[in-house]
Design a protein around this ligand. Sequence first.
Ligand SMILES: Nc1nc2c(ncn2[C@@H]2O[C@H](COP(=O)(O)OP(=O)(O)O)[C@@H](O)[C@H]2O)c(=O)[nH]1
Ligand SMILES: [Mg+2]
Length: 476
Amino acid sequence: MSAADAHADVDAVIAGIDAELPPPAVTRRDGVLVVGPWLAGSSSLIAALRQREPDHRFVEAADLRAGEAPTAVVFVVSAAAPLTDSDCALLNVVAADTDAVVGVVTKIDVHRAWPDVLEADRARLAAHDSRYVRMPWVGVAAAPDLGEPELDDLVGALRVALHDDSLSRRNHLRAWENRLSGLHRRLDREVEGAGREVRLADLREQRAAALRRYRLDRSERTIAVRSQLQQARVQLSYFARSRCTSVRTELQEDAAALTRRRFGAFAPYVARRVDEVVDEVDDGVTRQLADVGTELGLVAEPPASPAPALAVGAAPVRSRRLETRLMSLLGAGFGLGVALTLTRLFTDVAPQWTVAGAVGCAFVGVALTLWVVTVRGLLHDRAVLDRWVAEVTAGLRTVMEEWVATRVLAAESAFSKAAAERDEIERTRADELVARFDREIREHTLARARAVAAREERAPAVARALAAVHSELGAE
Ligand SMILES: Nc1nc2c(ncn2[C@@H]2O[C@H](COP(=O)(O)OP(=O)(O)O)[C@@H](O)[C@H]2O)c(=O)[nH]1
Ligand SMILES: [Mg+2]
């Protein structure tokens, strides 16, 4: 059977299973590929073979282009050491589309134990893949240190392999096998996707993290608003209280040193000081609330709360007729007593001036009476003013505390509103992010579903075709 017929025959078998299956895309090169791990001795063997068998073409791996397959493969390993996993993998690659493979153990001239190595290699490869069970193995010395090359066994094995009638058909079957198992692997790979599971797990993790971060941020922000305002409330009411206390102390000191002349100006003075305190507290509250806003990163203009109108009123009028009378009486008694005592003293000291002394002492008594009454009145007035100042500042304190509380409350609601608006924006942003993740997750899931469907549709035919190829290869 010619090569073309053999190919057509194999292709017909596969097409009988599924006409859609893609045929092998390799170009068969008429040549024997001599290949092996580095330093095994391939180049030396090729040189020796070319000399010995000029009728045949021998190529190295580098001579083959992508998509080209040799007629047969000579797999060269050194007798120095047994095969490794990477050597087996190399053979799998170079003999993927070629069925005829001859195993060669080189440098048998220097490695006396080569038959053992050969057997070990044979067993190793047979265990690696069942297709190598029937593969011939020979020992060669392509570039011996002494004497002529020993290639007879290899040349014999190659002749058998190359003159086998079924060679072309088997190579074609092998190419089909490679094609079909590649297809099978690709169907599997597409289900797995290139790192799709990893990407999916990553996306799910990122999605959960975005949600978690949003929730955490939101509760942190809420707590921050609450605690900042709580702090502001405590600080500001303390500030207002201490301003009221210190203005009371000042005003009471002023009242204690007040002279009668400045009496009338005291009430306006108190009113002015009270206004000043109101202004100070206003400033303090405004500044602190602005600071809170900055700290929270919220732009919220709390509604302006007008300063409370605080009527200080007039200083209490002196209505103390009874007391004046009593004081006058006591003062007069005191003056009289002093006058009498002085008069008696005078009479004893200078009897000749008794009358004039009596008049003088009466004057002194009257003067003392007047002084006592006046001083007592002034002290009383100061005491009254002191009480009044205490009342005014106590009222001021109540009003200030209420005002501060109201303003902090207003600020709290303004900040909460701003925070809620910001939360809404953040939520939209988080939603968009989550939606993006969801979209990508959906795309991956869909792609996987499509790949699963494709595999389910195509894999059975591929598997049947592969089984057919294997049974054909086995039958040869
Ligand atoms: N003694 C001995 N040395 C060999 C034999 N074949 C190759 N060599 C030596 O092994 C080394 C590697 O050979 P080379 O053909 O370049 O190996 P490649 O890397 O597989 O191409 C060289 O030093 C060769 O002289 C052989 O049959 N006997
Ligand atoms: Mg080389």
